[in-house]
Design a protein around this ligand. Sequence first.
Ligand SMILES: [Fe+2]
Length: 211
Amino acid sequence: MTAMITPTQARRLLTETIKGSPRIRNPGQVIAHAEFIAELVKGTTDSIRGAGIKFPVNDDEMQSAAILHDIGYCFAENGYDHPLVGGEFLRRRGFPRVGKIIETHTYAPERVLLNGYRGVHKPQEWMPMFWEQVLIDYASLHAGAPGEIINPAEKINRFKNNRDEDFQTMIDYAESRLLKEVDEIDSLMKGNTGALSSYAFLKTGDEFKHV
Ligand SMILES: [Fe+2]
């Protein structure tokens, strides 16, 4: 049986982990970003359901995942690995489902494609397959400066202003996939049930292992 982490426990885990990490220079900003993503996820699922779509994601689990989505920054030697490292950390702590939900976010598959992870190049294992994962991408792509909601195309443009070449390459590879995910959620928000078949939903008892 997999333990479920409640949003309250998720907040505690994030705060404690940040406290123990020398890598986080501005804890307040990391926590505010996590809470903002949680808010955006809630707004998105509410809109989808408001459009008449039956959307069977677990709201508490999604809040916990949103709160913990960037926890990997506390450990990642290279920040680009933070989704992968965060997923691994959560799995080790006994929370494989939220680990699975967050480990694929934004450019994670492209990072694995281009650099591998722990010497393994299996980007397909980090491709979003579940709506829960796509929701985290959707929220991340709408989060600009603290508290600012932006258009995903604009967010990607801001990504492109990062001059690091590795980052540029990841974003070039990821752009069309990410914008497709955004279109699919937008389509659900318009009540288009046809989009539902694009991804699966995590089921009770789903367990995940990696490298
Ligand atoms: Fe992130």
